[in-house]
Write a new protein. Structure first.
Length: 403
């Protein structure tokens, strides 16, 4: 009989959903020890969560860290017996536990290993039925096996989390490699394009001086000026993209950077019928940042927001503290981003604008990544977009490095 329960419990350590396994464990324990109800509680920061339940009687409940018999068992770290002397007697020797209604005997067996507490097995009986020494010994062994099942489930969860983090890290590495390759390509192309571009623009300017505006073909010269200017804009973006990646990181206030970044656009906002709303965090938001580089990132986001609101709207600049990160959000009420474009907007040279270069958001993401941060977008087509920059909180990062 002992081997049956111990072997069955050990078998639950196989891969699978922990909730299903603990529900199965409750049924096995109920059958092995002859109680009327078995509850398995797993302990966490918020208290005891019911993860396995089997049997009849009062509805099983959850408990706070120090509530009821599970809380008492956690404090004693030893098997705990609770019983009524007479049927109908209200006292459980001073223990207040709403889960004991209708029962006369209860046994709480802690789940712990290596000095670490994981929860309890909570067995209840309608009739006063006290287990013998042999059953108690078997229950302790079953509890140890069940603790291993819970530990195994925690390890599985951590492994899945680690796999997800590794997947994200690989994606980030792939992006970095692509950006490096693009930078090398842009550097090579820049040298090949720069001199001919200067010559084309220079000769076109000379021709413009010799030919009047009424001369046939003058409109073609104007087109050359426009196209040269567009190419210069693309080249300027490329040069900024391949610029030395070293940063001059200093303690800065995200609120101050956001305020400084929005200031040059105030006239454009007013002339475009765009209302500016600022919802900045109260007090300083310290980050380690290259102020000028971070302003370039904001410039791109603000300029994009303004261009998306051709008929006016609202631009909102928000800063906030979220755990160990500082958030800065630039949101607009423009046309938003189409679903099929949302995954491509940070790709180099991808643009939905008629005269766009497709490098603005790529540069922005690169700058944020160099600050050990991340950027994400939330958008609904026709309802605007919000770009959220997340950087490490300087105070939190410094504390982590000292530990």
């Amino acid at each position: 009989m002992e081997y049956d329960i111990i072997g069955e419990m050990a078998g639950l350590a196989a891969p699978g959903k922990s909730g299903v396994k603990l529900a199965r464990a409750a049924g096995l324990l109920l059958k092995a020890f002859g109680f009327d109800q078995c509850c398995i509680y797993v302990y966490g920061k918020s208290g005891f969560a019911l993860k396995g339940h089997s049997g009849k009687g009062a509805r099983a409940v959850s408990y706070g860290p120090s509530e009821g018999a599970p809380g008492l068992g956690r404090g004693k770290r030893a098997a705990l017996e609770l019983y009524k002397l007479e049927a109908g007697e209200g006292s459980w020797r001073g223990v207040e536990d709403r889960g004991l209604k209708g029962f006369r005997y209860a046994l709480v067996q802690p789940l712990e290993a290596g000095g670490e507490f994981h929860g309890v097995i909570y067995l209840k009986s309608i009739e006063r039925k006290r287990p013998g020494a042999e059953d108690r010994r078997r229950l302790r062994k079953a509890a140890l096996q069940l603790t291993l099942v819970i530990k195994y489930a925690e390890i599985e969860k951590e492994l899945e989390s680690a796999k997800e983090e590794l997947k994200e890290a690989r994606a980030a590495l792939k992006d970095s490699e692509r950006l490096i390759t693009l930078g090398d390509m842009a550097a090579a192309l820049a040298h090949e394009i720069k001199n001919p571009l200067i010559s084309i623009g220079g000769f076109a300017a000379r021709l413009g001086k010799h030919l009047g505006p009424d001369v046939p073909g003058a409109q073609y010269l104007e087109r050359i000026f426009v196209e040269v200017a567009r190419l210069e804009k693309v080249m300027d973006g490329a040069f900024r993209f391949i610029k030395d990646s070293s940063l001059d990181l200093k303690p800065e206030d995200m609120n101050a950077i956001a305020e400084e970044a929005i200031r040059p656009f105030e006239e454009d906002l007013a002339s475009g019928g765009i209302e500016l709303r600022k919802d900045l965090h109260q007090g300083r938001l310290p980050v380690l940042a290259d102020r000028e580089q971070l302003k370039i990132a904001f410039d791109n986001l603000i300029a994009n927001a303004i261009q998306s609101m051709e008929k006016g709207g609202v631009l909102t600049m928000t800063t906030a503290l979220s755990g160990q990160y500082v958030l800065a959000t630039v949101a607009d009420t423009g046309a938003g981003i189409e679903p099929d474009a949302i995954d491509k907007i940070f790709n180099p040279f991808f643009t939905t604008k008629r005269n766009g270069t497709g490098l603005g958001l790529t540069i922005t993401r690169t700058i944020v990544a160099r600050h050990k941060g991340s950027i994400k977008v939330e958008s609904r087509a026709g309802a605007g977009a919000a770009f959220i920059i997340m950087l490490p909180h300087a105070a939190a990062e410094g504390q982590a490095q000292r530990q």
